[in-house]
Design a protein around this ligand. Structure first.
Ligand code: FES
Length: 107
């Protein structure tokens, strides 16, 4: 298996309804994970982009959260349509999407 150029971690943490921290599951992470899978498959990017679902990464009230390495860029409050932008501009184009990044005081 070749080492991927980018590794995308999607928080898919779930918590019981009413939990004070909330969770990325309750803010729509499943749709974000599915969209990454679909886009990576449609563009045949399996050898350059790795995709992993993960547990809580901290800022639960700003989910769904996504972390991209090797840059260590964290995105938050993502919508389905943001996935295409991240793939095209950041994962392929090499330019992180400033408008979708977590605020500096968070990450
Ligand atoms: S539950 Fe996703 S960052 Fe905490």
């Amino acid at each position: 298996m070749p080492r991927p150029e980018k590794h995308v971690f999607v928080c898919t943490q779930n918590r019981p309804q009413g939990h004070p921290r909330g969770s990325c599951a309750s803010s729509g992470c499943a749709e974000i994970m599915n969209e990454f899978m679909n886009e990576i498959q449609a563009r045949n990017l399996f050898e350059t982009i790795a995709l992993t679902n993960t547990g809580c990464m901290g800022p639960c009230n700003m989910g769904p959260t996504v972390l991209v390495y090797p840059e260590g860029v964290m995105y938050g409050s993502l919508k389905k349509e943001d996935v295409k932008t991240i793939i095209e501009q950041h994962l392929i184009g090499g330019e992180p999407v400033a408008d979708l990044m977590m605020p500096a005081e968070v990450w």
